[in-house]
Write a protein that binds this ligand. Sequence first.
Ligand code: ADE
Length: 373
Amino acid sequence: MALAESLRAHLIVHRSEARERLLSWFASQARDLPWRRERTPYRVWVSEIMLQQTQVETVRDYFLRFMARFPTLHSLAEASLQDVLKLWEGLGYYSRARSLHRAAREIVAVYGGGLPADVQALRALPGIGPYTAGAIASLAFGIPAPAVDGNVRRVMARVLALETPSPATLETAVCVLLPEEAPGIFNEALIELGATVCRPQTPQCLLCPWRDFCLGRQEGEPAHYPAPKPRKVIPHYDVAAAVTVRDDGRVLVAQRRHDDMLGGLWEYPGGKRQDGETLEVALRRELKEEMDILVDVGVHLTRLKHAYTHFRITLHAFRCRLAEGTPRCLECDDFMWADLATLHALPMAATDRKITQVVAAMLDAEQTGADRA
Ligand code: ADE
């Protein structure tokens, strides 16, 4: 759906007050966030990647730690992917970290280490979609490009009273308003308005600098826009994971394939239970398929629930013992028998990190028992 002429005219009529009011609101209400201080293209880029799918309050500390560890784009390009993943641990959506690292190397190789000041060139880099390209182009380089994230989509859908606006309509609408001289701050202010005032369920219209020309508000039901997307049914899986402990106390862990979900992270090997299988049978099958070993499945150590974007899991960790064979990677990129210090140092996803805490307590209790005996 293209932007209707009447809506374009509505925006043009209110354009200068929209700009003035939004920018002066932002000047007094902007949150003090680390990436808003000392704005460099590198810092803008890293923050925008972290802010994809993640709340500002979660990103804050990750961003500061990341900048302390990798202060320049060159330092990121030279780092190992394992170090980048370790710093990303707990932030989720790990393909962002892999893409960031790959893009850093590409930027060094192709552009000599500086991010390109061009929307199309930015879009061609790993991990950068239309929103992120617009955000970097405008915030880092002052290029008047729209940056429509979920917040901006909500604000513009309400201002224009549109139930199901297309991305192109929203980008056109933002372009009508975007000032040539301060496009980055304008985009950021619009994101901030969506995040703090034009909230999904409870818009705070009395605090909104755009309340006088918001068509959704004039109709009396701003929260009606945009129409909610139909909810998909999210499947659930039972997953079993093996904590296989050797006599010397070392534990078997595998590195997930780099092109898979959670690629590059380390895990306790295992997998989904299939229909008709017990968890124990599933675990024995998975270890044979993944690492070519037979294990004896012992006590149930812990049960964890976790929600990913497209499915939910209940993860059951079992203590196991190697019964037959020598591990080798059939469906993983690497494996090792790790001591506790190594388990703490390896990058792991949230569920495996929790299992590690249980493993640490278990090994600690066993050591104490052995010392007493
Ligand atoms: N979300 C995306 N970009 C942002 C920014 N610059 N500040 C706050 N939240 C954001």
